[in-house]
Design a protein. Structure first.
Length: 61
């Protein structure tokens, strides 16, 4: 069973997560040859102050 972990900045609406979950599930099934009920997706909301790129917090950008 594929398990997909997605980290996003905090604040994305549930509609966006729903759409992404559907798209990821569809593609995972296409590529892996599995059924949708075998795909798990976990969304983790991350505050910008807890994410850095190139040594700079996103909250500081």
């Amino acid at each position: 069973m594929p398990s997909i972990n997605v980290q996003l900045f905090d604040g994305r609406p549930v509609e966006i997560k729903r759409e992404l979950a559907q798209a990821l599930t569809k593609e995972a099934c296409r590529v892996l040859g599995c059924t949708p009920d075998a795909v798990d997706i976990v969304f983790t909301d991350v505050k910008r102050e807890n994410w850095a790129t190139a040594g700079v917090l996103w909250s500081d950008k």
